[in-house]
Design a protein around this ligand. Structure first.
Ligand SMILES: [Zn+2]
Length: 139
């Protein structure tokens, strides 16, 4: 049985970060559908929204399965790369510069270029990557 499965999976894409995200989406929308139905029991809107959540979660299951068993590995890798790019962008929005506790942002005194410097390093000479001006700061 295991051997059969391994033979079946040969040359197929398998699970990646994007698939894992899809599986989380399945769980999230499945729970959301339950909560909405419980919250608005009897209401037509709640029932409709619950059904939409069901469809989304079902579509995510199908899509994640399709990706796992897909033989078009290059296409799947591209999807995963795109997902990781978006994820990075979105987490960049939530993680603003000021929240970064291990780094400090300095402005170049000459051109105003922002430079990210690791904290707690004592007095260090920072050179601007834009105009190569050097200035000393305590971090
Ligand atoms: Zn500069």
């Amino acid at each position: 049985m295991k051997e059969r499965f391994l033979r079946f999976m040969q040359g197929r894409y398998g699970v990646d970060e994007f698939s894992r995200f899809l599986i989380w989406m399945v769980i999230a929308f499945w729970l959301l559908a339950i909560v909405i139905r419980m919250g608005g029991s009897g209401s037509h809107t709640a029932a409709a929204v619950g059904t939409i959540c069901d469809y989304i979660s079902f579509a995510a299951i199908i899509y994640s399965w399709f990706r796992m068993f897909s033989k078009n590995i290059i296409k799947r890798q591209n999807e995963n790369r795109m997902y990781l790019k978006y994820k990075q962008k979105i987490s960049g929005i939530f993680k603003s510069e000021s929240k970064d506790k291990s780094h400090k942002i300095y402005k170049c005194p000459k051109c105003g270029q922002k430079i990210r410097v690791p904290k707690n390093k004592g007095k260090i000479a920072i050179s601007c990557p834009n105009c190569s001006t050097e200035f000393v700061k305590r971090t």
